[in-house]
Design a protein around this ligand. Structure first.
Ligand code: C2E
Ligand code: CA
Ligand code: CA
Length: 721
């Protein structure tokens, strides 16, 4: 059943995170993780470059110191005087030249790492080679003479060179270049040291080009080691980044889930779990909004329809709660369909709302209602939609609704009052036959207030002596003699005045108060009869007729023992008691009633079927149940003299009743003509205003004493009127 599944979706788990949100979560988590990774990388990078710097500096400074030591050692081997004597290129390789360069050439041969050893002097603005440790010729085969000897230095002056030669008025000092220099001879660095004469004056400078490949290798190794050392750090950073990513991603997802769950819970709190419709809370919010809109002039009127399903409890009781639930779901689908509501929470685009208030109560809010009558049109449409049978658990079930309508266009409306009034109208719809709609009016409200006042007042009415008993004679048609008196309740309400029993007895029945009132009436009536029998042995009625309500019949054995007690206390025999029950009430619980009636008969109590002609008036009931007499209802008697059909009906009934061995009685006899007809048809007993109205106990004997048969002395008949 796809429709039901759709409804139940709304009570299920929160919906899954949309793809877009998931992608956004991932991107945000990744950015955060990368930012953390970057910051840590920078920190680690700074530390590493510091390490790198200090490591290379140490290696370089050690190497430079070594170069300076070599240059210093070489400088002391040069004879400054011999050196000063060599200045011209043609001296190259001359005996004095060779003598001067010899120590340097020896030193180069002894230390294989030395690539080149030479001396330099300042010559005005430029610098000149003087001695050269290389042997003449092109040993390395690059087409360039290895031996440069006395000549002008072609390369641009290096800082280290100038530092050693003396610079800007500073004396020369031992120093070394800072980084390796690569050419056809290889890679080398140079150490310089001044050549000083005996007086300590600078004669020139010695340069030692030392193979720097070892140094470069050491630097490389240091870099490699550092990089290898960096690997764990890099790994840590990657791990950290990944961890941060996962934590952040989970955090975002969790946060979204919590927010989603909160939203879901908030929606669920305003939605009916069973049907998925709006619940009372949401409906009241929308109703308040509708009232506000009306007040602000944004709409002219709105309508509220309050629905209650007829005999829903019966479905729950007979088919079970699951079937009841399913019926409610099917009802929700129909209501939604009839109002063209597509939204799951029972709201449509124009702001109409369908809600379940709980139990079998539903409410509908119609906004922008054009006319008052439109609300009834909507109600009629709903009733029509609800009319077809429902398929429930294999069987067909019929369930009609009663609808109360309130149209709001008043700025004094408030939501609670609107709902209360719609409820009142719904109640009225139930009273007027169910499966219909009723528009609320103020009179209804008054009726309801009165009803509630009656119910409240009933609780103390006996104690306050507001309720009393009246007695109406029942006479034998043939003789005109009173044979019984019907006991009728009278209530003088301090606020409402006389309240007829037809009004307060149904209320007493619904609230269960009738049991207490009935007991009081039974004792009062029996006590009264006992008193009459003592004081007026001749005139007193033979029996007292007491109406027994449905709720009293339902007491069963307790009713029996109560009657027994009263009879014992008053000393009356059972045959003095005549109980009036209606066919309708007997048929509420036929078998229990049958047993009860048999027991009452065994006690001698007589039984009258009351109100005959108003219900189904079945022959079966008359035949099977132990009634002594049948009382034809006043509504039938009223038509007696005007309608021949009614006369025929009564004739048939009376014949039937006599044939079944029961006595017949008629109530509501108001005039002599009615009595005459009844007498001609063979009716045995009669009761009505024609003889006497119901009167207080102390007037009964007097009211009934002069009663005579119709064909007797007319003037002797007393009517209480
Ligand atoms: P009911 O049992 O049908 O009682 C007869 C009603 O007909 C009484 O109305 C009575 O006053 C009225 N009546 C009698 N003669 C005439 C007549 O000539 N013309 C007209 N128009 N009416 C006549 P009442 O007293 O208003 O009682 C109404 C109903 O309240 C009774 O109908 C009975 O069902 C119920 N009732 C009254 N007293 C009691 C009681 O003590 N216990 C129970 N359970 N029900 C009671
Ligand atoms: Ca009666
Ligand atoms: Ca009656």
């Amino acid at each position: 059943m796809p429709i039901l599944r759709r409804i139940s979706d709304h009570t299920g788990p929160p919906p899954a995170v949309p793809v877009d949100d998931a992608r956004r979560d991932r991107r945000r988590a990744l950015l955060d993780a990368l930012a953390v990774g970057l910051v840590v990388s920078i920190a680690v990078g700074a530390a590493v470059s510091g390490l790198w710097h200090s490591a290379t500096t140490t290696v370089r400074e050690n190497y430079r110191e070594y170069l300076v030591q070599l240059a210093t050692a070489a400088a002391v081997q040069v004879d400054p005087v011999a050196h000063a004597a060599i200045r011209r290129p043609e001296q190259d390789n001359s005996p004095e030249y060779r003598a001067a360069v010899e120590p340097l050439r020896r030193m180069r041969a002894a230390i294989p790492k030395i690539r080149y050893l030479y001396t330099l002097v300042r010559d005005g603005a430029s610098v000149r080679f003087v001695l050269d440790s290389a042997d003449p010729g092109d040993r390395d085969g690059d087409g360039v003479e290895d031996h440069s000897a006395v000549g002008e230095l072609s390369v641009s002056p290096q800082t280290a060179k100038l530092e050693a030669l003396g610079w800007n008025g500073q004396p020369g000092r031992p120093t070394a270049t800072h980084r390796p220099y690569t050419d056809a001879w290889g890679t080398f660095m140079t150490g310089y040291a001044p050549i000083l004469d005996a007086q300590g004056r600078q004669e020139g400078v010695v340069g030692v080009d030392l193979d720097a490949s070892g140094y470069v290798a050491r630097l490389e190794a240091a870099r490699r080691n550092l990089l290898v050392g960096l690997m764990p750090a890099a790994l840590m950073i990657v791990l950290l980044t990944v961890t941060v990513y996962r934590l952040r991603h989970k955090g975002f997802a969790d946060a979204r889930e919590i927010a989603g769950a909160a939203l879901h819970a908030q929606l669920a709190a305003r939605r009916d779990r069973l049907t998925g419709l709006a619940n009372r809370t949401l409906f009241m919010e929308q109703l308040n909004a509708a009232i506000a809109r009306t007040r602000a002039g944004a709409q002219e009127r709105f309508g509220v329809l309050f629905l209650d399903f007829d005999h829903f409890k019966l479905i729950n009781d007979t088919l079970g709660h699951d079937a009841g639930d399913e019926l409610l779901q099917q009802i929700a689908v129909r209501l939604r369909g009839a109002l063209r509501v597509t939204d799951a929470s029972g709201e449509d685009a124009s702001g109409n709302v369908v809600a379940r208030f709980g139990g079998d109560e539903f409410a509908v809010l119609i906004n922008d209602l054009r006319t008052d009558a439109d609300s009834e049109r909507v109600a009629a449409r709903l009733l029509q939609a609800l009319e077809p049978v429902y398929a429930l658990g294999g069987g067909d079930v019929h369930s009609s609704a009663s609808i109360g309508i309130v149209v709001g266009h008043d700025d004094r409306d408030n939501a609670e009052a609107v709902i209360r009034n719609a409820d009142v109208a719904m109640y009225e719809a139930k009273r007027s036959g169910r499966a219909c709609h009723v528009v609320f009016d103020e009179a209804m409200h008054k009726r309801l207030t009165r009803r509630m006042g009656i119910e409240r007042g009933l609780r103390n009415a006996i104690g306050k002596r507001e309720i009393s008993l009246a007695y109406q004679p029942i006479v034998a048609v043939e003789t005109g003699r009173m044979v019984s008196a019907e006991v009728l309740l009278r209530w003088e309400h301090p606020e409402f005045g006389d309240i007829p029993p037809a009004e307060f007895i149904p209320i007493a029945e619904e609230s269960g108060l009738i049991v207490q009132i009935g007991e009081w009436a039974l004792l009062g009536a029996c006590t009264q009869l006992a008193e009459w029998r003592r004081e007026w042995p001749e005139e007193a009625p033979v029996t007292i007729s007491i109406n027994v309500s449905r709720a009293e019949l339902a007491l069963g054995g307790r009713l029996l023992s109560r009657i027994n007690t009263v009879l014992r206390r008053t000393g009356l025999p059972g045959r003095c008691l005549q109980l009036e029950v209606t066919e309708r009430d007997v048929m509420r619980d036929p078998s229990a009633c049958y047993a009860l009636m048999q027991q009452l008969r065994a006690m001698g109590v007589r039984l009258t079927m009351d109100d005959f002609g108003t219900g189904t008036s079945s022959l079966a009931c008359l035949r099977e149940y132990p009634f002594d007499s049948v009382k034809i209802d006043r509504s039938i008697v009223r038509g007696l003299t005007r309608n021949t059909d009614v006369m025929a009906l009564i004739h048939a009934t009376l014949t039937l009743v006599e044939n079944l061995g029961m006595a017949s009685a008629a109530e509501g006899v108001e005039d002599a003509a009615q009595l005459a007809v009844l007498q001609s048809l063979g009716c045995r007993y009669a009761q009505g205003y024609y003889f006497s109205r119901p009167v207080p106990a102390d007037q009964l004997i007097r009211a009934s004493r002069p009663l005579h048969a119709v064909d007797g002395d007319q003037s002797a008949i007393i009517s209480a009127a």
